[in-house]
Design a protein around this ligand. Structure first.
Ligand code: AMP
Ligand code: ZN
Length: 111
């Protein structure tokens, strides 16, 4: 059985506040939000991090990127939003299943 927290969320073994999903991706609310809106977008396929991507992930990554503005719009972030991908221990990554943070709204901290 996978030891990956986000795979467990995908499998429904750990609850999450899911806001969107389709056959390729899952989007849910971050459990410890750093701004009014703080979502995490993950691929349903387990990929450890951005550093593990290769050509075979080309379409999936394009798909994820193109979904982000849609989600931001849906969450009322018409003024703009921030996306973050932490990669590896040195990049502050804590959960080793690729995820894109989508942040915006009130209380967005300075970068
Ligand atoms: P990172 O530091 O980029 O790996 O981010 C991991 C993120 O996952 C953090 O912002 C955590 O708050 C979030 N997180 C950890 N566990 C959960 C969970 N069970 N449900 C939702 N978000 C989580
Ligand atoms: Zn995983």
């Amino acid at each position: 059985m996978s030891d990956c927290l986000f795979c467990k969320i995908i499998d429904g073994d750990i609850p999450a506040d899911i806001v969107y999903q389709d056959d390729k991706i899952l989007v849910f609310k971050d459990i410890d939000p750093k701004a009014e809106v703080h979502l995490l977008m993950i691929p349903k396929q387990h990929i450890e991090s951005l550093a593990q991507l290769n050509e075979s992930h080309h379409d999936l990554i394009a798909y994820m990127m193109l979904k982000l503005p849609d989600l931001a719009q849906q969450y009322g972030l018409s003024e703009g939003f921030r996306t973050i991908i932490n990669t590896g221990k040195g990049g502050g990554q804590e959960v080793f299943h690729l995820h894109i943070h989508l942040l915006g709204g009130k209380n967005l901290p300075g970068f």
